[in-house]
Design a protein around this ligand. Structure first.
Ligand code: 5AD
Ligand code: SF4
Length: 488
């Protein structure tokens, strides 16, 4: 369904009747209710009311934010890019401690805006809100926050905002411990008209020892293939050419469905959709990456030549402690199988340094894997102690200076191998999906190859959303400069 169809349903709702119980109709009802209330406030203020949704964290949060923006626009708020808006919603992340620190820091600034604007409301949602100590702290020290909700009830945003508009003097808190349902079919404001994320599953069952995600996002739940296919068909009809299938661990997709389906089979169905040019996915857990998936990737050129394959550590001992359920050797063997089947694939990864008990030898194993795999790029993280996870109570926490030294050495190696690896396409002609005008130089446009590497080349706004062939002239570290070649 596109946003116009929502508009028709919502316009026909009678808010004098009680709210329906079934979703998503209940939310349509509250969109209409909030819309009336907002129109009343805006009438008194003599101006339209504005909103700003700020996203912290991963692709899943980015997609959730698109859903939140869709709902807020449907309610009648106008989108702005600054935080002195009438409604500011922080969609938070808690995967590392510094993400939390940043939110607390920025709330102070929001408070100063709120003191100047009597209409302003502040909302917080997402992963960080699923932690009890966060909500306690907000209740004690951040009373100016209007609305707090978590990861399991994002779909209820309209209902909660309607309540907040009716009671601007209250702090409304709605946190659930698990999802009772997956509600889709709500308006979405996509960042790009031509590409979109699509949630195929929610939550994570892996419980890696350092990771807070399973506690804040709950147990793994897959959507039915038919619903996913219909959503993508709707997106394609709306102009989307590239989708990214999203899940914490897409390789375990479908295992808990009534009629189990593998991720590879889902992909095979997705690539059949006419008008869809590219399919990506994120994230793959190495322990679950099947030969069936490698075969399917090799077979269908629509599946992008990119795999994000988080390593976390190259030491088998640390991997065991992390509960990753693969070894250094099995990871390297997997990489060999992938490269044998899809030679031009780009591999990227996540690596953590300073996990409790990591010795210099363990760290050297990580460097060894980076040397051997030759990633196109890697996200490197300093281990962050997350309360409630098994690793947080381990004794051997590594001193800060040791971690910092290892982090710097890892980063230097990752950058060196990344540069060398990325440059292997120099001189080739590649298809690029144009995303935007270049931010530094208006005479250039910026796009991505299917392996996710960025390319800048001369062009104008009319190319945005098109896939064009570009000659890759020069590699500058992690991106290319090129020029467009006409194809027949
Ligand atoms: N400390 C540091 N990095 C972490 N990640 C997850 N939890 C932590 C943590 N406690 C990293 C992992 C994961 C990525 C999304 O974030 O590398 O793959
Ligand atoms: Fe966290 Fe591991 Fe789940 Fe990824 S697979 S979200 S690192 S627990």
């Amino acid at each position: 369904m596109n946003n116009q169809s929502y508009e028709q349903i919502i316009n026909s709702i009678d808010t004098r009747k009680p709210a329906p119980e079934n979703e998503p109709f209940r939310q349509y009802y509250f969109i209409e209710r909030a819309r009336r209330k907002l129109a009343e406030i805006s009438g008194k203020a003599g101006r339209p009311l504005t909103f700003n949704v700020v996203t912290f964290g991963c692709q899943m949060n980015a997609r959730d934010s698109e859903k939140l923006r869709g709902i807020l626009e449907e309610i009648g708020y106008r989108k702005v890019e600054t935080e002195d808006a009438d409604l500011v919603l922080y969609n938070t992340c808690t995967v590392r401690e510094n993400a939390n620190t940043r939110v607390y820091g920025r709330l102070g600034k929001l408070h100063s805006y709120k003191k100047k604007n009597p209409h302003m409301m502040i909302g917080l949602c997402g992963c960080m809100m699923q932690e009890d100590h966060v909500v306690t702290k907000l209740k004690e020290s951040y009373r100016f926050v209007n609305l707090i909700f978590g990861t399991h009830n994002i779909y209820k945003a309209a209902e909660l905002i309607s309540e907040a508009l009716d009671h601007p003097d209250r702090m409304i808190i709605d946190i659930r411990q698990s999802s009772d349902r997956m509600v889709e079919q709500l308006p979405v404001d996509r960042k790009y008209p031509f590409k979109s994320g699509v949630n195929i599953m929610y939550g994570c069952n892996n419980f890696c020892s350092y990771c807070i995600v399973p506690y804040v996002r709950g147990r793994e739940k897959s959507r039915e293939p038919i619903e996913i296919i219909q959503e993508i068909e709707g997106l394609v009809a709306d102009g989307v050419r590239e989708v990214m299938l999203l899940g914490q661990n897409v390789n375990s997709y479908g295992k808990t469905l009534e009629n189990p389906v593998s991720f590879a089979r889902l992909l095979e169905q997705v690539v059949q959709i006419d008008g869809l040019d590219r399919v990506r996915f994120m994230t793959s857990h190495p322990k679950d990456l099947s030969d069936e998936l490698i075969e399917v990737m090799a077979k269908y050129p629509k599946i992008c030549r990119h795999l994000h394959l988080p390593l976390q550590s190259g030491s088998t001992k640390i991997l065991k402690d992390m509960n990753r359920r693969y070894t250094k050797e099995s990871y390297l063997a997997l990489v060999d199988r992938i490269r044998a089947a899809i030679p031009d694939i780009s591999l990227t990864t996540d690596i953590i340094v300073g996990y409790p008990g990591e010795t210099e030898d363990d760290f050297l194993e990580t460097l060894d894997v980076v040397e051997k795999v030759r990633y196109d790029s890697a996200f490197t993280f300093i281990y962050s102690r997350r309360s409630g996870t098994p690793a947080a109570s381990m004794e051997d926490q590594i001193p800060e200076d040791v971690v910092k030294d290892r982090f710097d050495r890892l980063l230097a190696l990752v950058q060196k191998t990344g540069r060398e690896q990325t440059s292997r396409f120099t001189g080739q002609d590649k298809d690029v999906l144009v995303e935007q005008i270049n931010e530094q130089d208006e005479s250039l446009v910026t796009g991505r190859m299917d392996n996710n590497i960025v390319v800048h080349f001369p062009g104008d706004g009319s190319l945005i959303g098109q896939i064009v062939t570009v000659h890759l002239d020069e590699c500058h570290g992690f991106y290319y400069m090129g020029h467009r070649i006409e194809t027949v």
